[in-house]
Ligand binder design. Structure first.
Ligand SMILES: [Zn+2]
Length: 90
């Protein structure tokens, strides 16, 4: 499966998926963590605080080059947990 690109910056892989109602239609949007944060989604700040992720870490999530394997696993788990909490809200 191809990774979904962020519908906002169209550069990073989307990790947060939200559904918006547009009239009768439901629009599914995928956002990368960075854009989700920029849009001020409260869950993002919350998760970052819980996981101890800084803005700087956010920059490196997308490149992943500087991250250790351990950090990558932790981030993937954090994102999965984050997505679940998002689904629960939506
Ligand atoms: Zn983005």
């Amino acid at each position: 499966m191809q990774p979904t690109l962020c519908s906002r910056c169209k550069k990073n892989v989307a990790v947060v998926f939200i559904s918006k109602l547009d009239g009768e239609k439901t629009i599914n949007e995928g956002l990368c963590l960075k854009c989700a944060k920029e849009l001020g989604l409260p869950q993002v700040d919350d998760m970052m605080k819980r996981m101890g992720i800084s803005d700087e870490d956010l920059e490196t999530i997308n490149t992943e080059k500087k991250l250790s394997d351990e950090t990558k696993v932790a981030l993937k788990e954090a994102i999965a947990a984050f997505k679940q909490s998002f689904d629960a809200v939506a």
